[in-house]
Design a protein. Structure first.
Ligand SMILES: Cc1cc2nc3c(=O)[nH]c(=O)nc-3n(C[C@H](O)[C@H](O)[C@H](O)COP(=O)(O)O)c2cc1C
Length: 299
């Protein structure tokens, strides 16, 4: 019997395909619609303490093989987000609340709020590459990462996922610091930049941005493989997945589930149904009965 459901530390997903944070997930209705259209789960936009407008446009630019973005963690703030969660939860599927803060107290406050709103897990954004004082600035400090994860594991009941940055010298040091997390999410965007050669200046107002999409897939697969091999931890892979072959690569490198972001812009929401069907056909042809059997097959 072919079964593509997965279980991530008690979080049951009908398929291993999750919407990544930051793409069509600031609004309850769009999150619900993506779940209704076949996503196994949705990660919300990263939410902080206060509402933020983010950077002035241009905040996204298309580059070969993907997108470069510096949105600036724009979000409505945690107090205004409960209503969106409530709407998305009507889909009856898992919602994962992404949060960002600059210290342990902020993360704890945000995680408790998300838990009270009814999300089934929290994902810590320790990896946004383009906002001072948040994201990868927090996520590249192993002591701080360890403290945040420890505190949350002690004080909240739902699973805690730590989303790490590829923009560090030694990912294993950070992965080990986040050891108490229920799963590690790898990777956030890769720091990059694009120049307008006629204006003779960087295109993004923030100058630097985060690269996503097809071009970063080999980077993501490598991080997943390395972290899985060295730590044995549960890993959720993300970066450049746009069809079932990309997903299977990530799974065989050690991912227990995968997230999809940028491909939503090119493939539409229908990607979730199609990729589940294609995965089933692949598993049938290759004689796999469960996703679990494929996890880490390339290790
Ligand atoms: C426009 C945009 C906004 C994003 N916002 C967030 C965010 O708020 N929090 C976060 O953890 N990751 C954010 N990401 C990163 C994605 O969740 C994902 O890690 C990355 O894009 C790689 O996956 P992909 O190639 O499938 O897009 C964002 C990515 C894009 C393109």
């Amino acid at each position: 019997m072919l079964d593509i459901s997965v279980n991530i530390k008690g979080l049951k997903l009908e398929n291993p395909f999750i919407l990544a944070s930051g793409i069509l997930d600031e609004n309850g209705y769009t999150m619900k619609s993506i779940l209704d259209q076949g996503a196994g789960a949705v990660v919300t936009k990263s939410i902080g303490l206060e509402d933020r407008t983010g950077y002035r446009p241009p905040i996204v630019v298309e580059v070969s093989g993907g997108l470069l973005n510096a949105v600036g963690l724009s979000n409505p703030g945690i107090e205004n987000f409960g209503e969106e969660v409530k709407i998305a939860l009507k889909a009856g599927k898992p919602l994962i609340g992404s949060i960002f803060g600059s210290n342990t107290e902020e993360f704890l406050h945000l995680a408790k709020k998300m838990e009270s709103y009814g999300v089934m897990a929290v994902e810590l954004n320790l990896s946004c590459p383009h906002v001072k004082g948040f994201g990868s600035e927090v996520g590249s400090d192993p002591d701080l990462v360890e403290d945040i994860v420890k505190e949350l594991k002690e004080k909240i009941k739902i699973p805690v996922f730590a989303k790490l940055s590829p923009n560090v010298t030694d990912i294993l040091e950070i992965a080990k610091a986040a050891d108490r997390a229920d799963a590690l999410v790898l990777i956030n965007t890769v720091r990059g930049m694009s120049v307008d050669i006629y204006a003779r200046k960087p295109i993004l107002t923030n100058r630097y941005g985060g690269l996503s999409g097809r071009s970063i897939k080999p980077v993501g697969v490598r991080y997943v493989y390395e972290v899985k091999k060295e730590t044995g931890k549960t890993v959720i892979g993300v970066g450049g997945i746009s069809d079932y072959t990309d997903a299977v690569e990530y799974i065989m490198a050690g991912s227990s589930a995968v997230q999809i972001g940028t491909a939503l812009y090119t493939e539409g929401k229908e990607i979730f149904k199609r990729i589940s069907e294609d995965l089933k056909n692949f598993m049938k042809a290759e004689k796999f009965e469960t996703v679990e059997e494929m996890v880490g097959a390339a290790l």
